[in-house]
Design a protein around this ligand. Structure first.
Ligand SMILES: [Zn+2]
Length: 254
C-alpha cells in the first residue's frame, strides 16, 4: 500500500507498542554539503596539494571535525521531528550513518546502534588489537601496539574493528526478541540497496515472521516492497528526510 498522508505515519507510530527505525543513505551529508562550510573548504583545498594517499588518509580527520561542529539545517530539523514522533515510545534506532548525529540530546543512546561505526573513536588500521581510542584522548596518529596508522573506527578503515558497535548490536538483538507478537512498526528511512543486509533485508524478514508487524518504507529511489508483503507493508517513493520534516504537521498530503 502507498502512504499518502502524514497522518498515516504519525498514526501508526502512535498506535505501535514498539518502533524500530532504520536510517540509511538519504540521511548522509554529501561532500558538496561539507564543501559549503568555509572551514572545511579551506582545509580541503590544503589537502588537494598532497599526494592522493595522504589526502585520503587526512580527509577522515576533516570529516570528523565537520561532524563534530556542523549539522545541515535540513537534517537537524528532520532529527528533531523524529525525536518528537518517537517521544516516549519504546524504540530502537539502527543507522547506517557514521556521523554520530543519532547520539545528540533527546535520543536514548542506549537504544541506538551504528554498525558502520563513527568518526569519534580511532582504531589501528590493521586491527592488530581491539583497542579503541577516543578522539579527545588521541596523542599520536600511530598504533601504540604495531606502529601502524590509526583510522577512525568505521567501515572505511582498512580492517574495520567491529567491537566498537557489537555490544550495542547485542542490545538491539535482545530488544528485537522482545517485539515478537507485539505491535511493532518499522520505519525504514532512505535505506538503499547498498548494505541491504544490515537494515533492509532483516526488516523484511521481521515483517514476515511477526504477523503483527508493519513496515513503512520511505525512499525516493528504492521504495519497492517484496510482492508478498502488500498487507502490512507500506511504501512511499519520496525522500525520507523531506517526509519526516513534513510529519511535523498532521494531515499533510505526501
Ligand atoms: Zn596496530
Amino acid at each position: 500500500m502507498v502512504i499518502t498522508n502524514t497522518n498515516e505515519i504519525i498514526g501508526k507510530i502512535q498506535e505501535a507498542s514498539h518502533v524500530l527505525v532504520g536510517i540509511g543513505q538519504e540521511w548522509q551529508v554529501t561532500m558538496d554539503e561539507m564543501l559549503c562550510e568555509p572551514e572545511f573548504l579551506s582545509k580541503y583545498q590544503e589537502l588537494e596539494k598532497l599526494d592522493e594517499e595522504t589526502k585520503q588518509y587526512q580527509l577522515q580527520f576533516l570529516i570528523s571535525d565537520y561532524y563534530e561542529k556542523n549539522m545541515p539545517d535540513r537534517l537537524r530539523e528532520a532529527y528533531n521531528v523524529l525525536k518528537e514522533l518517537l517521544g516516549e515510545k519504546n524504540y530502537f534506532i539502527v543507522t547506517l550513518m557514521t556521523d554520530d548525529y543519532i547520539s545528540q540530546d533527546g535520543f536514548r543512546r542506549e537504544n541506538t546502534v551504528a554498525p558502520c561505526g563513527n568518526f569519534k573513536q580511532l582504531q589501528c588500521g590493521q586491527n592488530c588489537s581491539e583497542i579503541l581510542i577516543d578522539k579527545k584522548e588521541l596523542q599520536s596518529n600511530t598504533c601504540q601496539n604495531c606502529g601502524g596508522a590509526l583510522y577512525y573506527n568505521n567501515i572505511y578503515a582498512p580492517k574495520y574493528n567491529e567491537q566498537g558497535y557489537l555490544p550495542q548490536w547485542e542490545r538491539y538483538m535482545k530488544w528485537l526478541q522482545g517485539t515478537v507478537n507485539k505491535n511493532l512498526v518499522m520505519l525504514e528511512l532512505g535505506v538503499g540497496l547498498e548494505l541491504a543486509s544490515v537494515i533492509r533485508w532483516p526488516f523484511e524478514k521481521t515483517l514476515t515472521y511477526n504477523q503483527k508487524a508493519q513496515l513503512l518504507r520511505i525512499n525516493e529511489t528504492f521504495s519497492m516492497l517484496p510482492e508478498n508483503m502488500s498487507e502490512r507493508g507500506f511504501r512511499l517513493q519520496k525522500d525520507s528526510v523531506d517526509v519526516i520534516i513534513a510529519c511535523k504537521n498532521a494531515d499533510i498530503s505526501l
